[in-house]
Write a protein that binds this ligand. Structure first.
Ligand code: HEM
Length: 512
């Protein structure tokens, strides 16, 4: 009896000390904040789907996406936004272009106003930072890589990495890109008559080879371990997205987490092997991306990267430099297979600037391909490989007429913004490369309407690399083959971190 009377107050005290504050925090995060924020936005005329305890709107999003992904679009339709983001489409129609929804208990403010988005992206105040991603995703892209570091760390990384993407380096990389493309075209040389080819797969192989060789001096065979593991990791991460994130759950030994941990270890080892083999090489480290990072490692000044940061940068560039580019090539090939008139125009331009069977060897040649440039820009507009991105507000902010509370994630739905008729004109859903005839800034009513590579300080560091690679590959294909869509093609764009055709891209290749 005495023992019970003694234990009870101790237990109550423990509960009070440890459990009660946690319960209070959970109440604030899961109940009070959603309530207060919903009211604060409502006062400004912004509403959205109702917050549901713990889950926010995740279940609705999953359901709408599942339903949408069984549909197949007419192949002439570029109106892909409702298929990819059915939830945004529905909420825009119900609540207007600026609306609030909930990723678990995280407030997400969707904004498509070009001027507001420009203000956020060009801000150097440090008040809009890259959105936090789920911890599982850092295994894929590296937490300490350029894409996710902030402030002085970002400046240090960017200064070290910039020279790897200079015009002079791009010229050197042009050669690598041509060589890798020749290798894959050599494999296609068995195509003597019209034959079907799964282009999404081929472009993935090619862009993986190019980034592995151009940035890391490793071949596809060495890099293949990294790409394969990254693919597996990506599947794991994408399946995480359908569940709410509860902090700490990434440490629980669930089957999915155990798989992710294993793949993470495997990927680190593969990347380390590439780094170690360069460290042990007799010559100097070289001037490619990896060489530049390793040299910085030995630097005595503050411009230094640690080995851990280099490994994370490698992951970042393996991922960023491959998925996006292969999708740019895939969608452009789809568009040119549909629009034979444009395919012929580009072939004529290629023949004129590069000849019929000469292997292009200088980066200057590609800068003359004006029509091709316009086609790629139009492809980036209609089928932007990165179809949305976001920023987090680090303090209470006023943006135009909006008051944005600290901690809000601001989402920019690029696919919506790229197809806005008020900005792009009444033919916004049509494939019309000529809109870029007078340059990107004059193609629409807003000079920064095309955001495929983002803008401002965090603009894509690889955009020139990407455009050069895409031009080289397409030039060399058009010199050899005529492309048309296979009857097997199903037009089903889907967002799997990047925008990709759900069922691949079967194309008929006909040697010229
Ligand atoms: C068609 C191809 C590509 C597209 C559409 C694309 C798109 C983008 C976008 C939209 C961002 C900004 C994301 C944000 O602000 O949240 C970005 C950033 C970035 N991209 Fe690309 N990218 C492409 C190719 C590449 C390539 C080839 C590389 C590297 C070789 C690369 C490396 C990066 C890096 C490191 C960042 C982060 C930059 C920073 O935060 O300072 N990208 N990219």
């Amino acid at each position: 009896m005495e023992l019970i009377t003694l234990v009870n107050p101790i237990l109550s005290l423990l509960v009070l000390l440890f459990v009660a504050p946690k319960m209070f925090n959970a109440f604030i995060i899961l109940v009070w904040q959603p309530f207060v924020l919903t009211r604060r936005f409502k006062k400004q005329g912004i509403s959205g789907p109702k917050y549901r305890f713990l889950y926010g709107n995740i279940d609705e999003i999953n359901k709408m996406k599942r339903e949408s992904y069984v549909s197949v679009l007419d192949q002439n339709s570029n109106d892909i936004f409702p298929r990819i983001f059915p939830h945004y489409q529905k909420w825009i129609s119900l609540y207007g272009e600026t609306f609030l929804y909930w990723n678990g208990a995280e407030p997400m403010l969707c904004i498509s106003d070009h001027e507001l988005v420009k203000q956020i992206l060009s801000s150097k105040s440090g008040f809009f930072v890259k959105s936090k991603i789920r911890p599982e995703f850092y295994t894929l892209v590296g937490m300490k890589g350029l894409a996710f570091v902030e402030g002085v760390d970002w400046i240090r990384h960017k200064r070290i990495l910039n020279p790897a993407f200079s015009i002079d380096r791009l010229k050197v990389m042009t050669k690598v890109m041509v060589e890798c493309t020749l290798r894959i075209l050599d494999e296609w040389s068995h195509v003597k008559r019209e034959q079907e080819m799964e282009m999404k797969r081929e472009f993935r192989r090619l862009t993986a080879d190019i980034i592995a060789t151009a940035a890391f001096g490793s071949s596809y065979t060495e890099g293949i371990e990294v790409f394969r593991t990254q693919e597996e990791l990506k599947k794991g991460c994408v399946s995480c997205l359908t569940n709410i994130y509860i902090p700490g759950t990434q440490y629980l030994p669930t089957p999915l987490n155990i798989r992710i941990w294993k793949l993470d270890r495997k990927m680190k080892n593969s990347v380390k092997k590439i780094v170690d083999s360069r460290l042990q090489s007799e010559q100097d480290y070289g001037d490619d991306l990896l060489g530049i990072m390793l040299k910085s490692c030995e630097s005595r000044n503050e411009r230094k990267l640690s080995i851990e940061e280099i490994i994370d940068e490698c992951k970042t560039f393996f991922f960023a430099g491959y998925e996006t580019n292969s999708n740019l090539l895939t969608w452009t090939t789809m568009l040119l297979s549909l629009h034979q008139d444009w395919q012929e125009k580009l072939r004529d331009e290629v023949f004129q600037e590069c000849g019929k069977d000469k292997t292009p060897d200088s980066s200057d040649t590609f800068s003359k391909l004006k029509l091709m440039n316009m086609v790629f820009l139009e492809s980036l507009r209609l089928y932007s490989p990165v179809s949305f991105f976001s920023r987090d507000a680090t303090k209470d902010l006023t943006l135009g007429h909006l008051k944005i509370p600290k901690g809000t994630t601001i989402v920019f739905p690029l696919m919506k913004m790229h197809s806005d008729k008020a900005i792009w004109g009444s033919d916004a859903d049509k494939f019309n490369p000529l809109r870029f005839e007078n340059g990107v800034s004059r193609a629409a009513k807003h000079p920064n309407a095309l955001l495929a590579f983002s803008m401002g300080p965090r603009v894509c560091i690889g955009q020139n690399f990407a455009m050069m690679e895409a031009k080289i590959v397409l030039t060399m294909i058009l010199q050899r083959y005529r492309l048309s869509l296979s009857s097997e093609y199903k037009h089903a764009p889907v967002d799997q971190l990047t925008l990709t055709p759900q069922y691949g891209l079967p194309v008929m290749l006909q040697p010229l």
